[in-house]
Ligand binder design. Structure first.
Ligand SMILES: C[S@@+](CC[C@H](N)C(=O)[O-])C[C@H]1O[C@@H](n2cnc3c(N)ncnc32)[C@H](O)[C@@H]1O
Length: 244
């Protein structure tokens, strides 16, 4: 539904480079296309991973992009530190400006990196998130295994991703929005053809139950699957599966 989730439009470019091309207008296009719902979905994610966090949690936001979720996490958990990781220097540059404007530099660290090879030590993170990012990762099971590795036992992982709206009248409106409005308005606002590919990538993402199975196969116990806004977006809440 939101424009953020620009898919594999340009396979010849790394996805970091691809996002560099749209970084400047990314936030504006997102807000307009999601009708502001993207921030609400991120806040829901923050609540879901916040369960059982201590006073000074260490939180990782993978595919942080322009940093909205990293900032929401740092704001919600004032004793905590947040690492925002992304391969796109262009997106991270916008994130850095936003972090500085909010005076969060001491608690939000921005790192260039790939979800498939996280630099964090095993079990070193109290909670992790990835919003509208997993779809862009070439090897999703590997990225999920990395999340399962770095998060400590009992820590929560929130995966937020766009999905095909469920059947029904309101869902028909949501589908029209995703399939027809998003590519056109995205292209208009950003001047970039990348947004035309959004709808294709949403359709290509597996249904929630199938994706949950991929998570399980990657060493995660799925605690909750939460459809948001008539299923236009889905939040998966998980924790590393404990060996017995
Ligand atoms: C649609 S944006 C989402 C940004 C942010 N999480 C948000 O909520 O707006 C997708 C992000 O995934 C990043 N990305 C692409 N491939 C990645 C990878 N292999 N590992 C980590 N992040 C990746 C892109 O650079 C981009 O910033």
């Amino acid at each position: 539904m939101t424009a953020e989730l620009v898919p594999q439009i340009a396979p010849q470019l790394g996805s970091g480079q691809m996002f560099d091309r749209i970084a400047r207008r990314y936030d504006l296009v997102n807000r307009v296309l999601s009708l502001g719902l993207d921030q609400r979905w991120r806040r829901r994610t923050v609540r879901a991973v916040g369960v059982g966090l201590g006073e000074q949690p260490r939180i990782l936001d993978v595919a942080t992009g322009t940093g909205d979720l990293a900032i929401a996490l740092a704001t919600a958990f004032p004793g905590g530190t947040v690492i925002g990781l992304d391969p796109s220097p262009g997106m991270l540059a916008i994130a850095a400006q936003k972090v500085a404007r909010r005076d969060l530099r001491a608690r939000v660290e921005l790192l260039e990196g790939d979800a498939q090879a996280l630099p964090q030590a095993s079990c070193s993170i109290d909670a992790a998130t990835i919003a509208f990012g997993i779809r862009n990762v070439p090897d999703r099971p590997l990225a999920l295994r990395e999340l399962a590795r770095v998060v400590r036992p009992g820590g929560r992982i929130g995966v937020l991703e766009l999905s095909e709206p469920r059947p029904g009248v309101l869902a028909a409106a949501a589908r029209f929005h995703t399939h027809h409005l998003v590519p056109r308005i995205g292209a208009l606002l950003s001047g970039k053809r990348e947004y035309a590919y959004l709808q294709k990538s949403v359709a290509a993402f597996p249904p929630a139950n199938e994706f949950a199975d991929v998570m399980r196969g990657a060493g995660l116990t799925v605690l909750e699957i939460v459809p948001l806004t008539f299923g236009a977006c889905t939040l998966f809440v998980a924790t590393p599966t404990e060996e017995v």
